[in-house]
Write a protein that binds this ligand. Sequence first.
Ligand SMILES: Nc1ncnc2c1ncn2[C@@H]1O[C@H](COP(=O)(O)OP(=O)(O)OP(=O)(O)O)[C@@H](O)[C@H]1O
Ligand SMILES: [Mg+2]
Length: 228
Amino acid sequence: MPINSPSVAIHLRGLRQRFGEQTVLDDIDLDVPAGTTLALLGPSGCGKSTLLKLLAGLLQPDGGRVMFGDQTVADPTRCVPPEARDLGMVFQDYALWPHMTVAGNVSFPLEMRGVPRAARVAAVAQALSRVGLEHLAARRPSALSGGQQQRVALARAIVARPRVLLFDEPLSNLDAQLRATLCDDVRTLLAQLGTTAVYVTHDRNEADALAHTIVTLAHGRVVETVNR
Ligand SMILES: Nc1ncnc2c1ncn2[C@@H]1O[C@H](COP(=O)(O)OP(=O)(O)OP(=O)(O)O)[C@@H](O)[C@H]1O
Ligand SMILES: [Mg+2]
C-alpha cells in the first residue's frame, strides 16, 4: 500500500440500512468530491455514525452501494474490509492502545501496511510534528491530556496518508476552548493533506469551519445540503 495515496471521490447510491424493523438510513445519495470535506449534521439517532460505519466497512449495507472512485467497496453482496479501504478514522473516545507509546500507536497503521522500519520512523516523526506532539513520542496515552490523546489519534489516522479520512465527533469530549483550537488544527491539516473527508458532528460551528459541504440527516434521509 503506498504511503501517499491520492485522495478519491466518495459516492453513495441508494444506500439503505435497517436494524430489525427500524430503517436507519433510507435511500441516501451523496457525493464527496476528491479532496473535499463533507460534514454530517443531524439529531442524535438520525444515522450519522451508521453512515460512517458503512463508509468504513464496519457495516454492510442492506441496499445501495458505497463507491470510492469507480470502485464499489460495498453493496448487499460484497463488503471490502476496513483494512483494505485505505482510510483513517478518528473517534470521539480516542481509542488509543494503552500498552503502546505514542510513537507505537502512530506507527501501527504503517506496520499493518508492511512499511519498512526506516520509512515508518520518518513518517511517524512527520505525523507527530504535524499535530505538535514530537516531544511526547515516548509517553503512554495514560500520561496525556484528552486533547493530547486526540492529537495522537489524529496523527495515527493521517500517518499512512490514506485516501479517505473519517471523523465521528472527534472533539465532543473536549472543553470549548480546546475544541476550537483543535478544530483549527484539523482544518489546517485537511487543507494541507487534501484528503477526502467525512466529518460527523453535532456542532454547526465545527461544520462551518471545516467543511466544503454540510449535509443534514433526519429520519434516515438527507434533508438539507449546503455547498459553501
Ligand atoms: N448495531 C445496531 N443494532 C441496532 N440498532 C442500532 C445499531 N446501531 C445503531 N442502531 C440504531 O440506529 C439508529 C442510528 O444510530 P447512529 O449511531 O447512527 O445515530 P447517530 O446519528 O450517530 O446518533 P448520535 O448523534 O447520538 O451519535 C439509532 O436508533 C440506534 O439505536
Ligand atoms: Mg453517533
